[in-house]
Write a protein that binds this ligand. Structure first.
Ligand code: ADP
Length: 538
C-alpha cells in the first residue's frame, strides 16, 4: 500500500489552497514541511527570526488578498511568531501561522519546547486548531485559510505535532480539500445605500475617508468612480494612501486636521474610528459629526461613535451599489462652497509652512530635506514601506503614493520592526517593482538582520535608514555604520551626510538590482513641524 508522509500532505494542502510564499525559520520539527513545500512549487524564504517572518506573512495577505504563511518551530519559535499574528489581527489581514509542536504522545511530559501553543495563539486569531489526525490535516488547513479570508480577514493558527509531520500513513486515507477560491463579497441593504446618499446630499461639509479596508477589497475603481462622480473631498488613511493618487485634486490630505475637525458628515470606507482616526471624538472631530460607515464587519458599525448609516458589506460591492444609484439619480457636491475654499486655503498654508524645511540645506539634515530627495527620486510605482516615529509620520506628509497597496507602514498596531519583513514580502509578491523600506534607526534595530534574507534571495530592495542616533528618547552608539551590515552579506552600503550625497546614493541604489542600505545621518535635534494637534507622534 503506498504511503505518504505528513509533511507532503501539509505541503500539498497548502499548494491546493493557492499558497505561493512561505516564510519562517527552520528547525525541529518543521524541516520536512519546507522541503516538501519546495517540491510542490511553494517558495520558502527562511528568515533569521520568526517575528519578521510572521510580519512578512501578514503583508502577503494584505498585498494579495490570500493569506501568507509563516512556518515556525515549536515553543520559542511559535511564540516569536505571535507578534505577526497580533499584527495581522490588528490590521485585519489574512495570514496563517503553522507551528510545529512536540510529538503528540509526549504531551504533558515536559517535551522539548513543549508549550500551550494553541492557547497562546487564541487571543489574536479567528481560528486556532490542532488537527485530530494526519489524514484530516487538509481539512484543517482549508478551514484555516477560509476563516482567514471570509468576513473580516484575520490571522489563523494550525498546530502540528512532530509525529504528524514526520509520520507516514496510507495515501488512500487522505482526503484533500478543494481550494477556497474567494470570500463572499456581500452587498449592503439597499435602503441603507439610499440613506447614505441622502445624508451626503444634505451635508454642508462632507468628507469621505478611505482606509486600508477599501484597499484590501481592491475597491480602487469603484472609489474613483464614486469620488469623481460626486466630486466629494476625500482623505486617505495612512495605508489608504495611493488608493486614489495623492495628487488627486479632491484629496484633502494636505489639510487633514482641518478637514476632520470641520466635516459635518463623514463617510468611512473601510476605515475604523480608532486611535489613527482620533476615535471620531472632539477636539479632532465636531461633536455633532454624523457618520456613514462602510465595513465588512457588522460589529464595527457604531463602535465608539454611533453611525447614522451603517453599510455592512464588501467595499467594492457597496461602492458599486452607490455608483449604480448615482447613475439613476445623479448628484454632485457643488464645485464652489465655503468648505472647498477653507480646505484649499488650509492646504496652501500647510504647504507654505513645510516649504522652508524642504529647502533647508543644513547639514546634518532635517527629516524634510532628506525626504525631499526621496520624493524627487523614487519611481512613481515604488512600493514604499515606512516605519519609525518621526521618520514615518513626516514621510506620510512628504512622500506621495500613486497606486493602491503600494504603501505599508506600522499600521493599526503601531508595530516597530515590521519594515524588513514587509519589504521582503513586497518584493517577492512584486518581483518586477522597486521596493524601498524607509526605517528609523530604532525601527531598523528590531529586525535589521533580515537584510541578510534580502541579499540571499537577491531581492532588489533599497533600505534607507534615517539615523539620528536615537530611539525612544535614548541615545545609541553615535554615527553607527548600519550600511556595513548589508555589506557583510554582499549588498551595497552607503553612508551619507548631505542632501547631495543622499541624492546620488538613492539614484545609484534605485538603478541597481543589488540589495542596498543607505545610512542617512539626520540631525538628532530635527523634529516634525509643529502640529495643531499631536497625531501619531504621541
Ligand atoms: P485604516 O487604518 O486604513 O483606517 P482600519 O484597519 O482601521 O483602516 O480599518 C479597516 C476596516 O476595513 C476594518 O474595520 C475591516 O473590517 C474593514 N474591511 C476589511 N475588508 C473589507 C472589505 N472587503 N470591505 C469593506 N471593509 C473591509
Amino acid at each position: 500500500m503506498p504511503t505518504v508522509d505528513g509533511a507532503t500532505i501539509i505541503a500539498r494542502s497548502l499548494r491546493d489552497q493557492g499558497v505561493e510564499h512561505m516564510f519562517g525559520v527552520l528547525g525541529v520539527p518543521v524541516y520536512p514541511i519546507a522541503g516538501a513545500a519546495k517540491k510542490e512549487g511553494i517558495k520558502f524564504y527562511s528568515f533569521r527570526n520568526e517575528q519578521a517572518a510572521s510580519y512578512a506573512a501578514g503583508a502577503v495577505g494584505y498585498l494579495t488578498g490570500r493569506p501568507g504563511v509563516c512556518l515556525a518551530v515549536s515553543g520559542p519559535g511559535m511564540i516569536h511568531a505571535i507578534a505577526g499574528l497580533a499584527n495581522a489581527w490588528s490590521n485585519c489581514w489574512p495570514m496563517l501561522l503553522i507551528g510545529g509542536a512536540n510529538d503528540s504522545y509526549q504531551n504533558g511530559l515536559g517535551a522539548f519546547q513543549e508549550a500551550p501553543q494553541v492557547e497562546a495563539a487564541r487571543p489574536f486569531v479567528k481560528y486556532a486548531a490542532r488537527p485530530d489526525s494526519m489524514a484530516r490535516m487538509p481539512f484543517f488547513i482549508e478551514q484555516a485559510i477560509r476563516h482567514s479570508m471570509a468576513g473580516r480577514p484575520g490571522a489563523t493558527y494550525i498546530d502540528l505535532p512532530g509525529d504528524f509531520i514526520s509520520g507516514e500513513i496510507d495515501e488512500e486515507s487522505v482526503r484533500y480539500s478543494q481550494k477556497y477560491e474567494e470570500p463572499p463579497r456581500p452587498f449592503a441593504d439597499p435602503t441603507a445605500v439610499e440613506q447614505a446618499l441622502d445624508l451626503l446630499r444634505s451635508a454642508e461639509n462632507p468628507l469621505v475617508v478611505v482606509g486600508k479596508g477599501a484597499a484590501y477589497a481592491r475597491a480602487e475603481d469603484e472609489v474613483k468612480e464614486f469620488i469623481e462622480t460626486t466630486q466629494l473631498p476625500f482623505l486617505p488613511s495612512p495605508m489608504g494612501k495611493g488608493l486614489l493618487p495623492d495628487d488627486h485634486p479632491l484629496s484633502v490630505a494636505a489639510a487633514r486636521s482641518y478637514a476632520l475637525q470641520n466635516a459635518d458628515v463623514i463617510f468611512l470606507v473601510g476605515a475604523r474610528l480608532n486611535w489613527i482616526m482620533h476615535f471620531g471624538a472632539p477636539p479632532r472631530f465636531r461633536a455633532d459629526v454624523r457618520t456613514i460607515q462602510l465595513d465588512i464587519s457588522a460589529e464595527e458599525i457604531g463602535n465608539g461613535v454611533p453611525a447614522e448609516v451603517g453599510l455592512v458589506g464588501d467595499a467594492r460591492s457597496v461602492l458599486s451599489q452607490l455608483n449604480e444609484s448615482l447613475r439613476n439619480k445623479p448628484w454632485q457636491y457643488p464645485a464652489e462652497t465655503t468648505w472647498r475654499v477653507g480646505i484649499a486655503k488650509k492646504a496652501q498654508d500647510n504647504q507654505a509652512g513645510t516649504e522652508p524645511l524642504l529647502n533647508d540645506d543644513a547639514v546634518p539634515m532635517g527629516y524634510y530635506r532628506a525626504l525631499r530627495e526621496m520624493r524627487d527620486r523614487l519611481p512613481k510605482d515604488v512600493i514604499l514601506v515606512s516605519e519609525g516615529a518621526n521618520t514615518m509620520d513626516i514621510a506620510r506628509a512628504v512622500l506621495p503614493s500613486f497606486f493602491p497597496r503600494h504603501r505599508l507602514d506600522a499600521g493599526s498596531f503601531g508595530t516597530m520592526g515590521v519594515g524588513t519583513g514587509f519589504a521582503i514580502a513586497s518584493s517577492v509578491v512584486h518581483p518586477d517593482k522597486k521596493v524601498v523600506a524607509l526605517l528609523g534607526d530604532s525601527a531598523f534595530g528590531f529586525s535589521g538582520m533580515e537584510v541578510e534574507v534580502a541579499c540571499r534571495f537577491n531581492l532588489p530592495i533599497v533600505f534607507v535608514v534615517f539615523n539620528n542616533n536615537m530611539g525612544g528618547g535614548q541615545r545609541y552608539v553615535v554615527n553607527a555604520h548600519y550600511e556595513q551590515i548589508i555589506e557583510a552579506f554582499g549588498g551595497k552600503g552607503y553612508y551619507v551626510n548631505t542632501p547631495e550625497e543622499f541624492g546620488t546614493a538613492l539614484t545609484d541604489a534605485i538603478g541597481d538590482p543589488t540589495p542596498s542600505l543607505i545610512n542617512v545621518m539626520i540631525d538628532p535635534k530635527a523634529q516634525r513641524r509643529p502640529q495643531q494637534f499631536e497625531w501619531l507622534t504621541r
